[in-house]
Ligand binder design. Structure first.
Ligand SMILES: [Fe+2]
Length: 397
């Protein structure tokens, strides 16, 4: 293992890389009180809060509404966001933006709310429906300014240039990549994450871990994504069990929110991989949450991927607290899978498809769904054929 430790870095001087981020990130306990001040600085007179009914019920909107009103900004609320947001909800939200003549979007919630907010912001200045903009850099004009405030520590959507929507007609996920999706301001307040129940803490936290791991081992990794991803991996391994066990531990919540955020920054530049690629179908076919689907596929895809980048998987093991001194590179890399399995067990996430009562006869459906997301195999550290995809799902049973 000495070779890894002695090597100063794995950054490649001959590779030109780009780092993207929102204009401003504000983080800390009570930071949500600054939404009004930031909205005013963006010139807003009428702001629309985009959220879901659960966030409203948890009483998380009050502080944000108050802070906007204290700056004499008129506030509207769109609270119809659904999980794994269908395209029609984004279109409906965009219609409310247009009819209410709002000049700023404030997304508050988990990934679904933030993604709906991003979509509505784009549609305020670009014609048509959200599905018209699926793909890479297809959005012609900058959307309305937006402030994104996460209430879960998972997606990192507040800092990414993507949003994901469900195409109900085709029963699959579609992604809109655009630099116009980047927030003007991202506000991270751990107080808003305290009321997350343990299973949501676990599922969303695992999504963040998958972002960090996939960005770290991605063939498109950059020095920036590496620095952020490895720190996120370490923060999640050490803080997720605490946040799961003791929901009001503000330090664990702060560290998880920070980790999810920097993992989001990491994958915006470094990209994702086959875990996300093979997980989406679990969401569309069995209505599992995005985080849970990723969590289930993570150890199986890691086992397959290991040989694609042994030094980086060894580094992941080390960041997660595994002892790798004296091990061969291969053994050290395998420790990363063990560390992930330990973490999944600690937060009560079964990672066998059979444990979710998915019948083995569904295998062809899973393979077909997985292959629909083959674009996500491109940055993966190991190439995947359809046969490989089948083997990984088989292993996952
Ligand atoms: Fe994700």
């Amino acid at each position: 293992m000495a070779a890894i430790r002695e090597k100063r870095s794995y950054y490649e001087a001959d590779k030109v890389s780009v780092f993207l981020s929102p204009n401003k990130i504000i983080v800390g306990k009570g930071a949500a009180q600054q939404v009004g001040k930031e909205a005013k600085a963006l010139g807003s007179k009428r702001a629309l809060i985009v959220t879901d009914p659960g966030v409203v019920k948890a009483g998380l909107i009050g502080v944000i509404e108050e802070s906007l009103k204290s700056e004499r900004i008129k506030v509207g609320i769109f609270d119809k966001v659904e999980p794994e947001p269908p395209a029609r909800i984004v279109d409906e939200c965009a219609q409310m933006v247009q009819e209410g003549k709002y000049d700023l979007i404030v997304g508050v919630g988990g990934g679904s709310s933030l993604d709906t907010a991003k979509g509505a912001a784009i549609l305020a200045t670009n014609k048509g429906k959200v599905l018209d903009y699926v793909g890479v850099d297809t959005v012609p004009k900058r959307g309305l300014p937006k402030i994104l405030v996460p209430t879960t520590a998972g997606t990192g959507s507040e800092v990414t240039r993507v949003f994901v929507i469900t195409d109900e007609a085709e029963n699959t996920k579609k992604v809109v990549y655009s630099n116009f999706n980047l927030a003007d301001v991202a506000i991270l307040d751990p107080l808003l994450t305290l009321s997350m129940p343990p299973f949501v803490t676990a599922d969303t936290g695992l999504d963040a871990l998958v972002h960090a791991i996939e960005a770290f081992v991605s063939v498109n990794a950059t020095p920036f994504s590496d620095i952020l991803a490895i720190e996120a991996i370490s923060l999640i391994a050490h803080n997720l069990p605490v946040a799961y066990a003791k929901g009001n531990d503000i330090e664990a919540r702060y560290n998880m929110l920070l980790a999810a955020n920097i993992a989001g920054l990491a994958f915006t530049s470094g990209g994702l991989g086959a875990v996300h690629g093979l997980a989406y179908v679990l969401g569309t076919e069995y209505h599992m949450s995005h985080g849970r689907s990723n969590a289930i596929m993570l150890p199986h895809v890691m086992k397959f991927n290991l040989i694609g980048n042994l030094p980086k998987y060894a580094k992941i093991a080390e960041a997660m607290g595994e002892e790798i001194e004296g091990l061969s590179l291969y053994e050290a890399a395998q420790k990363a899978v063990e560390a992930v399995e330990k973490l999944l067990n600690a937060v009560n996430i079964p990672y066998r498809l059979s444990e979710y009562k998915i019948p083995k006869s569904d295998l062809p459906k899973l393979v077909e769904g997985g292959m629909k997301q083959a674009r996500l195999f491109v940055p993966n550290p190991r190439d995947l054929s359809e046969e490989d995809v089948r083997k990984i799902y088989e292993e996952a049973f």
